[in-house]
Design a protein around this ligand. Structure first.
Ligand code: ATP
Ligand code: MG
Length: 265
């Protein structure tokens, strides 16, 4: 399928040492996840269940112990294949403070991916940076600022803008709205929806906020202790959870009855 990103039976183990002995920690165990073009997939589960590890493997920051990543129906294995994938699959991680180099102006940070991939003539980069800043709702003058001269919400928009500079087909968002105040969260979510609709972008949306997942995503994948325990259409999973862990996850939401009755806010 064109533009489909697939994690096929991914396992990841880490060697962790404790008290002088080394043991194997299985962070991700035989997990498969497929993202179709234009789809918004939520990835949920308690802290430490392997969501970030899986997403890092899907963009090649981490290597899988077993399993394969395919993009556009082709396996991604060699350095050149991973490099090509990183033009089409981008990620934004939680912390908008550490993701940007503190001494690099926003404009240079946004132009950098273009320079790395050599895909836009230098004379045209400034214009492209301005357009992207406007697209994420920031004034083009922001290009002259340093990261510490922006608010948290503005920084998260810059991170999104940076990820979008290469016009990716898939965007992996790992907890990108947690830590932002509710009105900024709503703006960033509205922006994601506009991007998905306008650019046909696929999203993998990792979040602890199940209300946001229900609102934004079409499909949801539930992980528990390194494994996928349930997945399906967001309404089906939230209204009729099959697995005990999904039920306990949903029950932990204070106003769960409203959520499962189909409320979206
Ligand atoms: N580099 C590493 N070395 C050793 N263990 C690691 C490493 N990275 C992750 N882990 C472990 O793998 C497990 C999964 O971590 P991961 O960050 O994927 O969880 P998560 O689902 O993203 O959690 P959270 O919701 O808190 O972000 C955890 O037990 C974590 O401690
Ligand atoms: Mg994480």
């Amino acid at each position: 399928m064109s533009g489909a990103l697939v994690a096929d039976r991914i396992t990841k183990t880490f060697a962790v040492s404790r008290g002088g002995t080394t043991r194997e920690l299985r962070a991700v165990n035989d997990v498969s996840l497929a993202v179709a073009p234009g789809e918004i997939v939520g990835l949920v589960g308690e802290s430490g269940c392997g969501k970030t590890t899986l997403s890092r493997i899907m963009i090649g920051i981490e290597t899988a112990t077993a399993g394969a990543i395919t993009y556009d129906g082709r396996p991604v294995r060699t350095r050149a294949e991973w490099r090509a994938l990183r033009r089409s699959v981008q990620s934004v991680f939680q912390d908008p403070f550490t993701a940007l180099c503190p001494t690099m102006r926003i404009g240079d940070a946004l132009a950098e991916p273009l320079a790395i991939h050599g895909i836009c003539p230098p004379a045209e980069r400034k214009e492209r940076v301005s357009r992207m800043l406007e697209m994420v709702g920031l004034h083009p003058d922001m290009a002259r600022r340093l990261p510490n001269q922006l608010s948290g919400g503005q920084r998260q928009r810059v991170n999104l803008a940076r990820a979008l500079m290469l016009e990716p087909k898939v965007l992996i968002c790992d907890e990108i709205v947690s830590g932002l105040d509710v009105s900024v969260q709503a703006q960033v979510l509205a922006l994601l929806i506009a991007l998905q609709e306008g650019l046909g972008l696929s999203l993998v949306f990792i979040s602890h906020d199940l209300r946001v997942v229900r609102y934004l995503c079409t499909r949801v994948v539930v992980m528990y202790m390194g494994e996928v325990v349930e997945q399906g259409d967001v309404e089906a999973v939230f209204d009729h959870p099959q697995h005990a862990y999904t039920r306990s996850l949903l029950a932990a939401i204070p106003d769960h009855s409203r959520l499962s009755a189909g409320a979206t806010t």
